[in-house]
Design a protein around this ligand. Structure first.
Ligand SMILES: [Zn+2]
Length: 257
């Protein structure tokens, strides 16, 4: 079985003491690649250092996270653009809109999202979209690009079935993580009705660890719990889920074996 963790912040300080062991445990569980979404200007160097150490295993994205969008977002986007010109990235991410923690910069978040979609299209890259309390805003901006939507992932998807179908109709994959294993989250009932050909697996490490590790620091080896849950929901083998979701991630990010 081979898995790809399409969303991990393995470069964060939470892993400073045991990052190599975390990677070894992931490899033992069949994780063959880890995709690293960027957050802001501070996370770029630790992220690229990790990629330098594990060049065939860790793959970086470049972008500005919506929760890090402030008044000065344009300067940071210039920096994002310069990185995209200089180095290789698999996606523009993570980008999007987060109105859960703070909606002070709602307008700036929407502008930064729009501009980063354009950057992705110009650079022929997919987008990895973070959505929190913001489905309407995200769909509104994506619709501006109709019919030339970017390719990409609705990361840590927690929407309803209508929102899932709408994203899929636009050509997006749904990033499914630990929340699908949470009792009462309701995501299991949505994922049950989504064909795995539209799904990629993710941890969002160090956050959102799946049951039975819920509440602990998340890591890529825990991807198997999420995969097993999705396999159960679809009444197919975990091997099949591994095959389909790995192929989806390879195609989207143009990763080679
Ligand atoms: Zn993330």
């Amino acid at each position: 079985m081979q898995f790809i963790d399409t969303h991990s912040h393995l470069y964060l300080p939470e892993f400073d003491n045991d990052r190599d062991q975390v990677i070894n445990r992931a490899i033992q569980q069949g994780v063959e690649k880890i995709c690293l979404p960027n957050i802001d200007t501070r996370s770029v160097n630790p992220m690229l250092a990790l990629v330098n150490k594990y060049p065939d295993f860790c793959f970086p994205m470049m972008g500005l996270h919506p929760s890090s969008v402030k008044k000065n977002y344009r300067d940071i986007l210039k920096n994002v653009q310069e990185h995209l010109l200089r180095e290789n990235f698999i996606a523009v991410g993570e980008i999007g809109i987060d109105l859960y923690w703070d909606n002070t910069y709602r307008k700036e978040q929407m502008k930064a999202f729009r501009e980063q979609i354009t950057l992705a299209i110009d650079n022929h890259l997919p987008v990895v979209i973070h959505i929190r309390e913001s489905f309407d805003e995200v769909f509104q901006i994506l619709d501006e690009f109709k019919p030339d939507y970017p390719k990409g992932i609705f990361h840590s998807f927690t929407g309803n079935l209508d929102q899932a179908h709408r994203a899929i109709a636009m050509g997006f994959k749904l990033g499914i993580g630990g929340i699908v294993t949470f009792k009462n989250a309701g995501l299991d009932k949505v994922v049950k009705d989504i064909d795995p050909k539209h799904i990629v697996l993710e941890t969002d490490s160090p956050y959102l660890a799946p049951v039975p590790k819920r509440g602990k620091r998340n890591e890529s080896s825990y991807l198997v719990y999420t995969a097993r849950k999705i396999a159960e929901l679809h009444n197919i083998t975990i091997e099949k889920i591994a095959d389909i979701t790995t192929q989806n991630a390879m195609d989207l990010f143009k990763l080679n074996n």
